[in-house]
Design a protein around this ligand. Structure first.
Ligand code: ADP
Ligand code: MG
Length: 608
């Protein structure tokens, strides 16, 4: 989807929010008091900065608490260039942006791999270090007393007599950040960022290079924040370390985005439109008791976080949906980023349709050997040998059953093939190429997709959005990915749920979604881990038809399954594991009659 198409689609989906954001430019012109115009300037500026923060932390769900550091880089770079070399702040702004890109690459490259709270702590440390640098590098930053920007009004100096030019600049900055968020949201990067935010491992298994995607978003977020920093400096005409890079600004940015709705393009704008004026008006109004306005604001924030942790915007959307439904508009319950691509069908059980197209390598050079070959694969967890020198071949186009008692190493085998776990020994060949050392996302892009035994939906995203993640293995175009995802959902009979949030699905639907997610990546080899477990007999029969139809479309399938009726009816061949070793390979009937297999399942030496 081109940028123009993304903006057009967003305009159609959120006309009210676009109108509110665009028309807000008139507010400072309508207000003839400098006090209220100042509030408008701050509202636009913080809305833009919160949007910039949202670009990484909102979509990835990884809170950067030290983002004001980038505000500081922008503010100090443009100010220092202006004061020392007379360089226009407009050019200084770009220089600050570039410096922030360099800083984000350095910091992001070393910290984005950190999990949970460690990343959060590293961002605080970064902001604190920069603050100390700003205090000590007096020659450039002016140290603790700060830098004063001389009052020389003019467009080139970005210094103006009244507030209105600043309001226009800040509004433009906000609209720029908003437009970038909207375009990212409706792009490959946006879908991937949301998937990473929901479940990083599952996203990688669908071809998402999580480190690269996150770093790109972090860098873009830092650069945009830095632009806001330069505007901040020119507006206040004075900067000192704590007023720009202090924790107060970082926390303010986060609160605006979270209150409005993090991970949504308009959430941070809405958050700022409500909270920035409120905060300023409270500060002006509640002067009797010092700090009272902070107390009131804190209580409001706690209430929002307690009762509406997703933020105000998602709640407004739900309310509007209900209103529209009440008035017969029949609004769809879309959740997450992706909109439903087709009209909702009946909610009754849907027959399985053919798989959404030939496997990706269908046109590739013919390969005579096995699609997948495991050569003496071992995997140890400490002293436990989950896989012990296991060798196995999977033929092109077959539907192989992988059976064995619980704990025999079946899931571990899938983890080793898909790169989720490093091998302890041996190698894995896919169409003759050694994939043992490849990353999960590289293996997914090569043509191997999997489902998880414990389903791993991207809960906050729509069902269609879930299925779109894998589709970007095949295309970079948003519209094409949407169409591929819709075809995958149709193949598993989930089209009628495409607009629903994935977390609302029941277990049978989640199992189907696992398959649809994998199918969108157009794999040539599909690994299914107990997709029938926990289903009713009718659902098992339906799932069997879905799996058979995928296999008929040319996809090689390896299926872990405990329901032997399904295995015997679907598979020509089974491999049986026990204690990480292959104890037999052959027709399902042979396996059922094998005393060794019976002994493995029942624990009886003679198989009785
Ligand atoms: P299956 O899928 O056949 O039921 P698994 O492959 O899940 O079995 O597990 C095989 C063995 O490896 C079990 O004993 C299990 O406890 C162990 N195991 C699996 N994953 C891990 C892990 N991440 N860490 C430690 N042990 C594990
Ligand atoms: Mg398992």
């Amino acid at each position: 989807m081109s940028l123009k198409a993304a903006l057009r689609a967003s305009l159609a989906a959120h006309p009210v929010m676009w109108a509110l954001s665009a028309l807000s430019v008139a507010a400072p012109f309508a207000l003839d008091s400098r006090y209220y115009q100042d509030i408008a300037v701050m509202t636009f500026l913080w809305a833009g900065v919160a949007c910039a923060w949202n670009l990484y932390s909102g979509y990835c769900r990884r809170v950067s608490i030290g983002h004001a550091a980038f505000l500081g880089i922008g503010a100090y770079t443009s100010s220092a260039l202006f004061l020392n070399f007379g360089i226009s702040p407009w050019a200084g702004m770009l220089a600050g942006g570039l410096l922030s890109v360099a800083a984000a690459l350095l910091i992001g490259g070393s910290t984005l791999r950190m999990r949970g709270s460690f990343f959060v702590l590293s961002t605080i440390a970064f902001a604190k270090i920069l603050e100390v640098v700003a205090v000590t590098a007096k020659g450039v930053t002016g140290g603790s007393p700060g830098l004063l920007i001389p009052y020389r009004p003019g467009l080139a100096n970005m210094v103006f007599e009244g507030k209105l030019p600043y309001a226009l600049i800040c509004w433009g900055y906000m609209m720029l950040c908003l437009a970038i968020c909207v375009c990212v949201e409706r792009s490959k990067a946006g879908v991937r960022l949301s998937a990473i935010g929901e479940n990083r491992e599952a996203a990688e298994s669908l071809g998402v290079n999580s480190s690269g995607t996150m770093l790109a978003a972090f860098v873009a977020s830092a650069a945009l924040t830095s632009l806001g920093g330069s505007i901040f400096a020119q507006y206040f005409m004075f900067i000192e370390p704590s007023s720009v890079m202090g924790m107060g600004n970082s926390v303010n940015i986060i609160l605006l985005a979270i209150a409005g709705g993090m991970g949504t393009a308009f959430g941070p704008v809405l958050g700022s439109f409500i909270l920035t004026p409120l905060s300023n008006l409270l500060r002006g109004g509640l002067t009797e008791v010092s700090g009272l306005h902070g107390f009131v604001l804190g209580v409001i924030m706690i209430a929002v976080l307690l009762f509406r942790p997703d933020g105000i915007l998602p709640q407004l959307r739900i309310m509007c949906g209900r209103l529209a439904a009440a008035f017969g508009a029949g609004a769809g319950a879309a959740g997450g980023n992706a909109r439903p691509a087709e009209a909702a069908g009946p909610a009754a059980a849907h027959p399985a349709r053919p798989a959404p197209g030939p496997a990706r390598d269908a046109g590739a050079a013919p390969w005579d050997g096995p699609v997948l070959e495991l050569v003496s694969v071992s995997k140890s967890f400490g002293g436990l040998k989950a896989l012990n020198g296991l060798s196995l071949s999977v033929r092109e186009g077959e539907l192989l059953g992988l059976i064995g008692p619980n704990g025999s190493g079946k899931t571990t085998l899938f983890d080793c093939v898909t790169g989720a776990l490093p091998l302890s020994g041996g190698k894995v060949l896919f169409r003759g190429a050694d994939i043992s050392r490849m990353k999960p996302w590289e293996i997914a892009r090569a043509g191997i997709a999997r489902s998880y035994q414990v389903t791993q939906p991207f809960g906050g995203m729509s069902v269609l959005g879930n299925a779109m993640v894998g589709a970007f293995c095949v295309t970079g175009d948003y519209g094409e990915a949407e169409a591929a995802a819709a075809a995958s959902l149709m193949a598993v009979g989930l089209s009628h749920k495409s607009g629903a949030p994935a977390k609302s699905l029941n277990i049978g639907e989640r199992k189907k979604l696992e398959i649809a997610k994998a199918l969108s990546a157009r794999p040539s080899l599909l690994l299914l881990d107990e997709v029938m477990a926990g289903l009713t007999p009718t659902e098992v029969a339906e799932m069997g038809e879905i799996v058979a139809s995928i296999n008929r479309s040319g996809v090689t399938v390896v299926m872990i399954e405990h329901i032997m009726e399904a295995v015997t009816s679907l598979c020509e061949r089974v491999a049986v594991l026990n204690f990480g070793e292959k104890i037999m390979e052959g027709a399902p009937r042979e396996a059922l009659e094998s005393p060794e297999v019976a002994a493995a399942y029942l624990g009886a030496a003679d198989g009785s």
